[in-house]
Ligand binder design. Structure first.
Ligand code: SAH
Length: 205
């Protein structure tokens, strides 16, 4: 997966590549899909949701430029896989999921993979961030937003980085947003397709 889907494309950050080599992705998919866990694709994880394609996880992590001590918020826990990769790259990871049944499954899978103590799973509307734990050095959003959710931007540290797919329900562009004194500095990158971010500052539920 790392060689063929990440390095051979354009993922260059060695810390990200090493992190993705360490996290056992098969633990984060339903039993019957474990044989396809390392495929170049998003896979269904129940409740109409997906574990993101490995390449998108790598691109999000790379854009966040983590060094090891950061406090990170992961919006859209899903399987918990992205949160586990972030735990390999940062100091403290909080992840928030709107569907309680997925949050429960993710807690179990994170525990099984050895990340139980390093990732804090919360249930709620992640478009509003996690005010009680803010501010964050970095925020990763793994679901598509119609526009940059203001609450997430507000919960960034100065120079903090936020990665979020922005666009329509069926097609978006991954955006890196850096908090700066002049306001959000936006860098657009790859075209992508994520499940919708549903909530107060996302798409209508
Ligand atoms: N990072 C995940 C990908 C999950 S897909 C992984 O590695 O597996 C996106 C997830 O975002 C879904 O589980 C969906 O339920 C969740 N989601 C959608 N809107 C949300 C919101 N407002 N707050 C929190 N989670 C949300």
């Amino acid at each position: 997966m790392v060689e063929q889907q990440l390095r051979s494309r354009d993922v260059e950050d060695e810390r990200v590549l090493a992190a993705m080599e360490r996290v056992p992705r098969h633990v984060f998919v339903p039993e019957e899909l474990r044989g396809r866990a390392y495929a170049d694709a998003a896979l269904p994880i129940g409740s109409g949701q997906t574990i993101s394609q490995p390449y998108m996880v790598a691109r999000i992590c790379e854009a966040l430029s983590l060094h090891g001590s950061e406090r990170v918020l992961d919006v859209g826990t899903g399987s918990g896989y992205q949160a586990a990769v972030l735990a390999e790259l940062a100091g403290e990871v909080h992840t928030i999921e709107r569907l309680p049944e997925l949050a429960d499954a993710a807690r179990g899978w994170l525990e099984e993979a050895g990340y139980g103590g390093r990732v804090h799973v919360h249930v709620g509307d992640g478009t509003l961030g996690l005010p009680e734990q803010a501010p964050f050095d970095a925020i990763a959003v793994a679901a598509a937003a119609p526009e940059l959710p203001p609450s997430l931007y507000d919960q960034l540290e100065p120079r903090g980085r936020l990665v979020v797919p922005v666009g329509k329900r069926h097609g978006q562009q991954l955006q890196l947003v850096v908090r700066s004194p002049e306001g959000p500095a936006v860098v657009r990158s790859v075209a992508c397709r994520f499940v919708p971010l549903l909530g107060e500052e996302g798409f209508a539920v």
